[in-house]
Design a protein around this ligand. Structure first.
Ligand SMILES: Nc1nc2c(ncn2[C@@H]2O[C@H](COP(=O)(O)OP(=O)(O)OP(=O)(O)O)[C@@H](O)[C@H]2O)c(=O)[nH]1
Ligand SMILES: [Mg+2]
Length: 197
């Protein structure tokens, strides 16, 4: 798949603000600082999502319309201790409401840091996605930071832990970009028929 058109639609803080059309949504989830915004920039070949060394940069649901056909949604990172407890709780509610009620979520992209073992927060999200029967893949990002001979074992371990496909990736070197675009193509263009099409 080629990404030709990318349009930033907006940053939303409440579910009733998000686009009301029929286009499928693909949310990008993961702990703070794993590289969610960087992966979106890599896929779209644009510096469109804000990236920061400091965790907690993305604070709202950011909608990017891709090829006039679907939305990639940059989601605030979870598991970031410095975000105030009450803010974390209210976000959790917003996101649960969205994931539970939206019929437009086609699949979820969960990003993890390939350098570290899966953390409790990663596992909780995966469990929750399985529970709600949302299909998802795991992107093991930052593979430019791990040794080649450690990669295969790390990916296998993630696959076993998460119970889904795991794609090695580097937003920095763009390694894995072609495979991820191929997956997006299969999800958006071939798996699902929309009545509006
Ligand atoms: N080496 C390396 N660094 C990366 C990669 N992807 C992201 N980073 C760096 O990781 C940091 C966090 O990246 P972001 O894309 O802002 O992470 P995020 O998950 O969107 O973070 P929040 O919005 O705070 O939840 C930045 O300093 C990025 O430059 C990668 O593949 N390799
Ligand atoms: Mg971000």
């Amino acid at each position: 798949m080629r990404i030709d058109a990318v349009e930033f639609i907006g940053s939303f803080y409440k579910i009733d603000q998000i686009p009301q059309d029929d286009l499928p949504e693909l949310p990008v989830f993961g702990r703070s600082n794993v590289g969610k915004s960087s992966v979106i920039n890599c896929l779209t070949s644009r510096k469109i999502a804000l990236v920061s060394k400091t965790p907690g940069k993305t604070q709202s649901l950011n909608y990017y319309k891709i090829n006039e056909r679907f939305y990639l949604v940059d989601v605030p990172g979870f598991g970031y201790a410095k975000v105030k407890q009450n803010l974390r709780e209210s976000w959790k509610r917003v996101i649960e409401e969205w994931l539970t009620h939206s019929r437009k979520i086609q699949a979820v992209i969960q990003i993890v840091d390939s350098r570290h073992e899966a953390q409790t927060a990663d596992l909780q999200l995966a469990e929750w996605l399985h529970h709600h029967r949302l299909s998802f893949i795991v992107i093991a990002n930052k593979i430019d930071q791990i040794k080649k001979h450690e990669l295969t074992a790390a990916i296998r371990k993630f696959e076993k832990t998460f119970g889904t496909d795991v794609y090695p990736f580097s937003a920095k070197t763009e390694s894995g970009k072609k495979d991820l675009l191929q997956w997006l193509y299969s999800i958006v263009y071939t798996n699902h028929q929309y009545s509006s099409n």
